[in-house]
Ligand binder design. Structure first.
Ligand code: ZN
Length: 645
């Protein structure tokens, strides 16, 4: 058996803060990808953990008046306690204070030192304690570290350096020859652009006299290892580098997942370290954006740090998992708010999926005595079968490409199709007609089989919900047809005669009004009900229009039309909008511009292209008196997807 191996990792989280939404997102993505990889038949290993050395930890421990060891034990435990609440199923939780990790770090340091890629030198420079590194002049803003807003201290030290510069060209070549090494592409470009300047060597030690909370260098006990050189190696330790069986087995399938703030250590330090250690590079680095909370960046000082445990309590674990995967286009920033998660819960989950499930199951109960009926083999109705197979193809493609929002979009298109199927086929009318029982049974079977396939594809995203669905459908969790897409992703594998189980509703609606009433009342703006006559609209009507800033990422003429342009815009998810502006604008002038769109306009097909939304324009006359259109613009600094109100 030559199964593909997948080794997915999260970063090991720095324990100077408790787990928050950002950590939860990364870890849920890794868990979903791990489960998805199993579903596509891979042999999978999934690792997460905590990063526990460095002077920021010593500072944080001192603040709480505990020893660093006790401090890291406490915070690391908070991470370990959080993950089961989010149904995270990892294979190893690694800590950089683990014995085997310390051994591997010292092994690699010695190896690289022996090969001549580590040298001793004097260095003087501007050191920022917050960053735990020397800053270079051009990084400073008004003489201060831009991240910590303090002036770095000028210090002179003797330290050990890793010859990172030696591997610069080799790294550029590797990234150039392997387009998927860093994804999405914008981050690959960022790395290549960084590498277009000469790379400095990396200072990899700290004098033990200044910092003793770290791994001692094997060749000089007066120094401890720089925290990044230590931390990155966890990915090797966790699978038994250098001689472990797991290392031999899984390393070839290594995919790292990170947030964009740690791109440089992962895309530059880490591969050059691997080159120096004589190890193969990882396969892929997947980079995601930030969550903004209620449109501002999450920060302790703003008091808007979102705790995962609280979210699970408020909304339920599967609603939370679904929301973050559906709402964020992987790679871009996204916004988190209670209103947005409630809207997704009530529309996508309670209404679309939940109703489909409960209606279908209760009809099978009512019309077929709770037993999945036999479909008519001669019936030519393949509406749901075709839609289901299309869904599985789209889902598998997008999930494998880390485009989770598109994978879920494909699934929900099918959910919509199945709901329409009920409306169109009116099973209640078939049930009243004695002569149409065979057709009724086929319709019921098709719905039951659709639900089985939905449970199959939702397993990685919402494991608990998938299990509830299987239970309701009378399918054993260990059932062969529910293990992989290959074995279960075909139409018609549900067995007629299977007894359905009584099941509860999948997703209760969340009552927005109740939640609002429970919250401290905000002063309501005085409502004026004034008859304005004419075409005046109520404020609510205006509010129903979802106006957003969108960034044009691609534009082209629509074939056989001299009026239409096809635009791809980010708002913040990518979507296609067809707009009648070809007479006034050149496609190439539009790319990169921020425009204004109506985001919730019902999609329409124009010249065979599905257009999702409308670009706002203003009419004017040019110098020759011809009618022209100009696009309403938003300032370039506004993030794509920002609401206009
Ligand atoms: Zn700093």
């Amino acid at each position: 058996m030559n199964r593909k191996t997948t080794y997915i990792t999260t970063p090991i989280y720095y324990v100077n803060a408790q787990p928050h939404l950002g950590h939860a997102y990364t870890t849920v993505v890794a868990d979903t990808y791990s489960r998805f990889s199993r579903l596509r038949g891979d042999d999978v290993r999934f690792q997460t953990g905590t990063d526990e050395h460095g002077d920021k930890i010593v500072e944080a421990a001192a603040k709480e008046q505990v020893e660093p060891r006790q401090y890291v034990d406490n915070i690391s435990a908070m991470f370990r306690d959080t993950w089961p609440l989010l149904t995270i199923d990892y294979d190893r939780f690694i800590r950089t204070t683990d014995e085997d990790h310390i051994g591997v770090v010292r092994h690699i340091l010695q190896k690289v030192y022996d090969s001549g890629d580590i040298y001793f030198d004097e260095y003087s420079g501007l050191y920022c304690t917050g960053c735990e590194r020397f800053l270079i002049e051009r990084e400073l803003v008004d003489g201060k570290c831009p991240d910590h807003l303090v002036e770095p201290k000028e210090i002179t030290e003797q330290n050990y350096f890793f010859k990172m510069s030696k591997y610069q060209q080799q790294l550029i070549d590797h990234i150039t020859n392997n387009p998927e090494f860093v994804t999405p592409e914008r981050y690959r470009n960022e790395v290549l652009s960084f590498l277009s300047d000469p790379l400095d060597d990396l200072c990899i030690s700290r004098p033990a006299s200044r910092l003793d909370w770290g791994i001692k260098l094997p060749f000089d006990e007066n120094y401890v290892t720089y925290v990044w050189f230590d931390a990155l190696i966890n990915y090797l330790t966790g699978i038994g580098y250098p001689d472990g069986e797991r290392f031999a087995h899984y390393w070839a399938g290594a995919e790292h997942l990170i947030a964009k703030d740690i791109l440089k250590p992962h895309a530059i330090y880490w591969p050059t370290m691997l080159m120096a250690a004589g190890a193969d590079l990882y396969q892929k680095l997947h980079v995601h954006g930030y969550w903004n909370v209620d449109e501002t960046k999450m920060s302790k000082s703003l008091g808007n740090v979102v705790r995962p445990a609280q979210l699970v309590e408020d909304f339920g674990v599967d609603t939370f998992r679904y929301f973050i995967l559906r709402e964020m286009s992987f790679g871009l920033d996204a916004s988190f708010s209670s209103d947005a998660i409630i809207a997704r819960n009530n529309a996508d989950l309670a209404n679309d999926l939940g109703n489909l499930f409960s209606r279908s199951v209760s009809m099978i109960e009512k019309y077929c005595d709770s037993v999945l009926p036999e479909p008519d083999g001669t019936d030519s109705d393949t509406v749901l079968k075709d839609a289901a197979l299309k869904m599985i193809r789209g889902y598998a493609q997008h999930m494998g490409d880390f485009k989770f929002h598109l994978g879920l979009q494909a699934v929900w298109e099918f959910v919509g199709e199945a709901n329409r199927y009920i409306v169109v086929n009116e099973p209640w009318a078939l049930a009243r007609d004695e002569s149409r029982q065979v057709r009724l049974h086929t319709v019921m079977y098709n719905l039951g089989e659709s639900l089985r396939l939905l449970a199959l594809v939702l397993k990685p995203v919402m494991p608990g919900t998938a299990e509830k669905m299987m239970h309701g459908l009378g399918i054993a969790p260990g059932s062969d047809v529910m293990q992989t897409l290959e074995r279960g992703g075909e139409w018609g594998l549900s067995k007629p005669g299977t007894a359905l189980q009584k099941s509860q509703s999948l997703f209760p609606r969340i009552d927005v009004k109740k939640r609002k009433d429970a919250a401290p009342a905000k002063p309501k703006p005085a409502q004026k009900k004034k008859k304005n006559g004419g075409g005046a609209i109520e404020f609510d009507q205006f509010k129903a229009v979802d106006l957003r800033v969108a960034r044009v990422v691609a534009a082209e003429r629509v074939a056989k039309s001299d009026r239409l342009l096809k635009l791809s815009v980010l708002a913040p998810e990518e979507r296609t909008i067809v707009s009648g502006i070809a007479g006034s604008c050149q496609p190439e002038d539009l790319v990169g511009r921020n425009v204004v769109i109506v985001a919730n306009l019902k999609p329409v097909k124009l010249m065979g292209i599905l257009s999702e939304g409308m670009v706002l324009t203003a009419e004017y006359k040019d110098e020759n008196g011809n009618d022209r259109l100009t696009l309403l613009a938003a300032d370039q600094s506004v993030k794509p997807g920002s609401r206009i109100a």
